[in-house]
Design a protein around this ligand. Sequence first.
Ligand SMILES: Cc1cc2nc3c(=O)[nH]c(=O)nc-3n(C[C@H](O)[C@H](O)[C@H](O)COP(=O)(O)OP(=O)(O)OC[C@H]3O[C@@H](n4cnc5c(N)ncnc54)[C@H](O)[C@@H]3O)c2cc1C
Length: 338
Amino acid sequence: MIFDVTIIGGGPTGLFAAFYAGMREMKTKVIETAPFLGGKLPYYREKFLYDIGGIAAITAGDLMKELEAQARTFDPVIVLSQLIVQMERRVDGTFCLTSNTGEKHYTRTVVIAIGGGTLVAQKLELPGAEQYEGCCLHYRAENVAHFRDKKVLISGGGDSAVDWALALAPIARFVGIVHRREEFRAHEGNVSKMKNASIRLMSSCRLKEIYGNGERIERVAIEHLGTDESFALDIDEIIVSHGVKPDLGGIKNWGLEIEQNRIIVDAWMQTNIPGIFAAGDVVEYPGKLPGLIAGGFMEGPAAINRAKAYLEPDKEVKPIWSTDHAALEAIHGGSKEG
Ligand SMILES: Cc1cc2nc3c(=O)[nH]c(=O)nc-3n(C[C@H](O)[C@H](O)[C@H](O)COP(=O)(O)OP(=O)(O)OC[C@H]3O[C@@H](n4cnc5c(N)ncnc54)[C@H](O)[C@@H]3O)c2cc1C
């Protein structure tokens, strides 16, 4: 089945664009990598937003529900838990998008509304570190039992690093935490707990070298940043907790013009690839107001209008008003004057 438009990303921009595409009678699909819709909104669902046009105050959680209900008005196909990674232009000019599950999605146009993309862990920049990933060097430690009776070193000084140190202290043989700064940047109560637990704190220090046999880590060298002195520790497992950074993932390789993790678009939200448009937090153009939901609410319709014009080059595509929309009147009851 081929769609007129496939919107990648189910955040505020993608959801509003899906509604608008429905208003324009476009056969629409939305693909979201998370198992839920809403983009960043679910992450601050209890907070009030005061800068959504026409709404004095609304929580992010409620805005999310309203956006989803509105987006579903014209029954778009919504696909969850799929990360779009590949794009192939077919001989007839349409697109085939492939997700991380291998599923293929066929579409005539694409609107990219992926915010900053996905969050990827900041890597440990140390020669030879990569070979231990997946066995004894971890960026996401999900299974506490894996560390039972092991000698564990945690690198990082934020909440996640401190949480791991506290979780592992009762079961590991040794837990050390190494942090570049003097103070830990985590929740005060947890830092106090950590100071009173059997955890070796190494502040103003960095992990300088990893020694092992290529399959297992055996030892590390830690450097004190004030004195430049180094010392060795016997270690079996390393957890790196240096935070995350946004990344566009496979979309970076599509041939789009990208600067500083942002897709360059023109005033109509057209990318440099005909038929592919972008909107919301992911775009950059002169005058872009970054990180504003209101921006995505304008850019989404602009991208959809342009996608419609791309599909119907011989017709004049004018912006449309919802007040004149017969299908919406039928759904919501029409005007008060009757
Ligand atoms: C704490 C906080 C408070 C904020 N307060 C305000 C405020 O008061 N007012 C305001 O206007 N803005 C606020 N913002 C900013 C606002 O949340 C963003 O501007 C808005 O969410 C951007 O919407 P978006 O749809 O462009 O991107 P996002 O909300 O980031 O949504 C993008 C979606 O795309 C998905 N995705 C990414 N890559 C892929 C892929 N390859 N395949 C499939 N799906 C993918 C992501 O999972 C995500 O769901 C706040 C943000 C935060 C973090």
